[in-house]
Design a binder for this molecule. Structure first.
Ligand SMILES: [Zn+2]
Length: 122
């Protein structure tokens, strides 16, 4: 990825490369770049660039093309969603009460991955 200033190609391989550089482990996690227009429209209505479905047998992170707007933004999003994967694996699908706490916890870890990407953390 030579140009890190502009948007990145919205592809699974790009997500996996950025995850690797940011220290986000995605082994065993399916990455879906959302291309279905109906699903995209739904996500835009929700104001979401990514989601980790909680009703699947195996973990999957769904990414909107907007998630690829910047290198650090993508690292932040992947770290956030990867934390949801861990939450799901540990606790199963969330209730309405835990959903809010899960969200707060996942926001908090985002900076760690950005720091790792920048080389501030090792
Ligand atoms: Zn979240």
């Amino acid at each position: 990825m030579a140009d890190e200033g502009g948007a990145l190609p919205a592809r699974e391989a790009v997500a996996r490369e950025v995850a690797g550089r940011a220290g986000v482990g995605l082994e065993g996690v399916t990455i879906l770049v959302i291309e279905d227009p109906g699903y995209q429209a739904y996500m835009r209505r929700m104001g979401a660039v990514a989601v980790t479905p909680s009703d699947l047998e195996s973990p999957r992170i769904d990414l909107m093309p907007e998630a690829f707007t910047s290198l650090e933004g993508l690292a932040r999003t992947l770290g956030h969603e990867r934390n949801h994967v861990a939450q799901l694996m540990l606790y199963g699908p969330p209730g309405t009460e835990s959903l809010e706490r899960w969200e707060e916890a996942s926001v908090l870890v985002e900076d760690q991955y950005v720091g790792y990407l920048r080389g501030e953390l090792t």
